[in-house]
Design a protein around this ligand. Structure first.
Ligand SMILES: O=C(O)C(=O)C[C@]1(C(=O)O)C=C[C@@H](O)C=C1
Length: 395
């Protein structure tokens, strides 16, 4: 596949996100419009520099085609001007299509993450494995595949943020792939407002970043009256600003991203909540052997029969054994969204079908955890242990 010389080939813009009003702008960036509406109305998937991407077939439901009315459109940059640092020397993200043609080598742990160098996901990888080789990937799906195809040893993926909540896409992907959770990383996320060298924050009109990061800085960005533009990751936004050299556009990203891409930090700690923590999970091909030497967490997913109090009973298996739950999340069962139950005289009732994801504080090496899951199995239609791993804290 031929690679283009320009460092950036793609970025995204939110035209009329429900939270952001109906302002429309490309913020002076030279984009060619390419509609690619996304179903969930918040997040953008993407294409990064130098590599073409064909999204995996099973991702297609996310793109509802031209003018889907969800307010999010994808823009493709036609040209980039090159600016500041030699961005070509940075590692290029892997995409779902080119994963099959490279091979891993070397002895350092290789950790795949979504984004480009300087992203918080890379920070999380380095917190978990300080000496690792980080492997940038363009999409969450590609991160899973990098490990499945032995191009990386581990994957690091965001699962929830203390302000923005769950990253649903990764819950869904966890079930579609066969990797195991072998650890977690809690990362303190301190967002900065970045701009081209010499620019003042009052001169900015637009700001580009990951939708989660924009949400986490909602109050500051509103106060500054900035138009928000969505990007694949925070560092990718910084990279775009640096390569395009557009003066009135800033980026929300880390101080490390500013250093990598040669941008100024115009303001630090701009997130609405001082304690802004993102929890990442670490995935591997093999599970770890659970221990009792230190506090562990176990993550499971299950489905239940329909009926009154069934979820209550499911949760009671933990409470009966004094096991603390740290997270519960429900997601629709995509292949079986509705279940028809003939439980009335007037015809059949239709229920939505859910998957329940639970994290609890116990190791699978403890009998109480084994008994709790044995008990849950009595009324769960489906149960999978996603992993058992040592707890992390946001230090
Ligand atoms: O954009 C990045 O830098 C990321 O690593 C992604 C991500 C996320 O998906 O939530 C991670 C941490 C922050 O909460 C903001 C964005």
């Amino acid at each position: 596949m031929a690679l283009k010389a320009n460092p950036i080939t793609c970025a995204y813009a939110v035209l009329s996100h429900p939270h952001l009003g109906t302002k429309s702008s490309t913020c002076g960036l030279n984009f060619r419009k390419e509609f690619h509406g996304l179903g969930n109305g918040v997040c953008c998937r993407g294409v990064f520099a130098q590599r073409a991407i064909t999204p995996a077939e099973d991702e297609k439901p996310f793109s509802s085609g031209a003018g889907s009315g969800d307010g999010i459109s994808r823009f493709k940059e036609t040209e980039s001007t090159g600016f500041h640092k030699d961005l070509n020397s940075l590692p290029k993200p892997l995409s779902a299509t080119d994963l099959s043609c490279s091979s891993s080598g070397g002895s350092r742990v290789r950790v795949a993450y979504q984004g480009v160098p300087g992203s918080y996901s890379e920070d999380a990888a380095l917190k978990a494995y300080p000496k690792c080789e980080t492997v940038p990937c363009d999409e969450f799906e590609a991160v899973f595949q990098a490990v499945e195809l032995w191009l990386a040893d581990k994957a690091v993926l965001p699962i929830e943020n203390s302000v923005g909540g769950s990253i649903h896409r990764n819950y869904d992907l966890l079930l579609r792939h066969r990797l195991h959770i072998v650890g977690e990383v809690q990362l303190v996320v301190n967002h900065c407002l970045l701009g081209l060298p010499g620019i003042k924050k009052e001169e900015l009109k637009c700001v580009v970043s990951h939708p989660q990061a924009l949400d986490q800085c909602e109050m500051t960005l509103s106060k500054l009256g900035l138009i928000r533009v969505s990007a694949d990751d925070t560092a990718g936004a910084a990279q775009t600003i640096a390569s395009d050299g557009i003066r009135e556009t800033g980026a929300v990203a880390s101080a490390r991203a500013a250093a990598i891409y040669g941008l100024d930090v115009l303001e630090e700690r701009i997130q609405d909540e001082a304690d802004n923590i993102t929890r990442f999970m670490i995935l591997a091909r093999e599970p770890i052997i659970p221990g009792v030497d230190r506090p562990h967490k176990t993550s499971i997913v299950f489905t239940l029969e329909e009926g009154p109090g069934v979820l209550f009973k499911a949760l009671a298996v933990f409470s009966l054994r004094d096991i603390n739950l740290t997270k519960i999340e429900s997601r629709p069962q995509r292949k079986r969204p509705l279940r028809v139950v003939d439980d009335s005289n007037k015809g059949s009732a239709k229920y939505f079908d859910y998957l329940f994801y639970i994290d609890f504080e116990a190791s699978m090496a403890e009998p109480r955890a084994q008994f709790a899951l044995g008990h849950l199995q009595e009324f769960a239609r489906f149960l999978r242990v996603l992993g058992c791993y040592p707890l992390d804290n946001a230090s």
